[in-house]
Design a protein around this ligand. Structure first.
Ligand code: FAD
Ligand code: SF4
Ligand code: SF4
Length: 489
């Protein structure tokens, strides 16, 4: 920490008693329903400084403890309150590879802001928005530079997956001088930042801006390169000094109900990818034919997580006749961010709480979803109350497009990569040593959702950075061992 707020700073800080918590300007629901633009505008300078000045500069900053990257939040808030934005940017970017992305899409209510000590009674500091403001200022002022190393190293690292975990690893490895090669099966870099998360949460140009910086810094991107199809893991291991697997989790959990095979029942990622591609200007036949377009349809989304929230809000923007979200627990027990639920309600989504689907109805295509009311019983192992069916409580929702958003599992990577010795956890994710980030295969590391299961961008960034450090330690140890062996010969 830079030091406690002294007399010279006190006039800019500790303002939480006199200044109310404010977010940046939020576009009204009526306006934002009609486009896919981000719903918040950036802070204006005076406003950002004033909001940053609400921080009480805690001796034990719980905001920092609960940020997965342990960002030095109090210091960047103090510097923002003082108008010292270049220094604030240095601090914000020291621990976070993509702070402007986290500032936009972290569920701050569950992480930094939700644990801010002034949250109860005064409303937490708007940490994410200030983080975003600092970095947007840094981009505008030209302070954000590509990852150029002081010294080039000859060793190369192959990174499978160009999502936030792979990109954070590539950035950190480049800064250390390694030759970083990112292989991705998609045509664009960014993973779920591009094809999962909709524009109204994170605009694609912000991801493209980061991908460009990495390329300018010497990261080599091999797009439309699927490991398991275009090369095996063994080939990549032979090509590089180390490999990082950051392939995410994409196997959609299915729902086995009567009528599941009807047309117009789609998985969330199929639906969101089509919408994101359309927004990027791609030809998307399944969208253009109307199959994945919610326009004038009655849409029912099944699932109450963040992916479900993105689906309902996408359907609203596509001009659906009605959008309902079926969730078997109540709002307090939803896994999704409460902030996202509030946005969806403002935008006109109808939440059908305490309801579970029983069957899809229709002849060829879905025409309705029959659901059953639930009540909540005792808490389960996760602490959430277990839903129990209410007898004779069935009802039917009209539905022309049903979207299932029930979570994701990991692909069988040992089979896909022809690497039977790649160890798995009992959940099918890759097993690693959390000390080194190395898998069961020598020199093969892993990061992101593929080790955690479906998680968050901020955790993917943390893992990517940690995996890069693990690779660095591994390559150095190997080089030292080789030098000793050569000297002994
Ligand atoms: P991914 O982002 O999934 O990237 C993996 C990459 O690996 C992909 O580009 C893929 O093409 C590539 N790949 C996979 N297999 C291969 C192969 N065999 N060969 C080559 N390339 C391969 N998190 C938040 O923090 N905030 C949010 O608001 C949020 N919203 C979300 C909304 C949706 C709809 C979804 C699905 C997730 C959301 N998340 C959110 C979660 C977040 O996106 C993920 O936790 C994060 O992207 C994981 O990063 P990753 O790099 O591990 O994987
Ligand atoms: Fe908060 Fe996320 Fe930023 Fe950490 S990275 S300070 S959790 S917004
Ligand atoms: Fe400031 Fe809140 Fe963090 Fe305390 S917990 S240092 S008040 S942001």
């Amino acid at each position: 920490m830079l030091g406690k707020a002294g007399d010279s700073l006190a006039h800019n800080l500790l303002k939480f008693v006199s200044v109310d918590r404010e977010t940046p300007e939020k576009r009204t629901a009526d306006v934002r329903r009609d486009d896919f633009d981000e719903i918040f505008r950036n802070f204006q300078p005076d406003f950002a400084a004033e909001q940053a000045g609400r921080c009480s500069q805690c001796g034990v900053p719980f905001c920092q403890v609960h940020c997965p990257l342990h960002n030095n939040i109090p210091d960047w808030l103090m510097l923002t309150a003082e108008g010292r934005l270049e220094e604030a940017y240095e601090i914000a970017s020291a621990t976070n590879t993509f702070p402007e992305i986290c500032g936009r899409i972290c569920p701050q209510d569950r992480l930094c802001e939700g644990n801010c000590v002034i949250e109860k009674g005064f409303g937490g500091v708007t940490i994410g928005a200030v983080e975003n403001y600092i970095v947007e200022t840094a981009f505008a002022e030209g302070w954000v530079k590509p990852p150029r190393p002081a010294r080039e190293l000859e060793q190369s690292v192959g990174i499978i997956g160009g999502g936030p975990a792979g990109l954070a690893a590539a950035d950190r490895l480049r800064r250390k001088g390694y030759q970083a090669h990112v292989y991705d099966r998609y045509d664009r870099i960014g993973g779920l930042l591009v094809y999962g998360i909709p524009n109204f949460k994170l605009e694609k140009r912000d991801v493209e801006r980061r991908a460009r910086l990495l390329a300018d810094g010497g990261v080599v991107f091999h797009t439309e390169f699927e490991v398991g199809r275009d090369a095996g893991l063994a080939e990549l291991r032979a090509r590089h000094d180390a490999v990082i697997i950051a392939t995410g989790v994409y196997v959609a959990r299915e729902i086995a109900l009567p009528g599941s095979g009807l047309d117009n029942i789609v998985a969330a990622m199929t639906y969101l990818t089509a919408s994101n591609r359309k927004g990027l200007g791609d030809a998307v036949p399944a969208f253009d034919s109307g199959a994945l377009d919610a326009r004038e349809k009655h849409v029912v989304v099944i699932g109450g997580g963040d992916t479900g929230m993105d689906c309902v809000r996408t359907a609203v923007r596509q001009g659906a006749a009605s959008v309902s979200c079926l969730y078997r627990r109540d709002r307090d027990n939803m896994p999704g961010s409460q902030r996202e639920v509030s946005h969806a309600i403002e935008e006109g989504v109808d939440f059908v709480w305490l309801s579970a689907p029983e069957a899809f109805l229709g002849d060829r295509a879905v025409e309705g979803v029959r659901a059953q009311r639930m009540r909540l019983g005792a808490p389960d192992a996760s602490g959430r109350q277990t839903p129990k069916p209410v007898p004779d409580s069935s009802f039917t929702l009209p539905c022309d497009l049903a979207v299932t958003a029930l979570g994701f599992d990991a692909e069988d990577l040992p089979a896909a990569f022809d690497a039977p010795d790649l160890g798995l956890t009992r959940w099918g994710t890759l097993k690693i040593s959390y000390k080194t980030m190395m898998t069961s295969l020598d020199g093969v590391f892993a990061a992101g959702d593929i080790i955690r299961g479906a998680s968050l961008v901020v955790w993917a960034i943390k893992d990517g950075r940690d995996a890069a450090d693990g690779v660095d330690a591994y390559i150095r140890a190997k080089a030292a061992g080789d030098a000793v062996a050569a000297a002994a010969e």
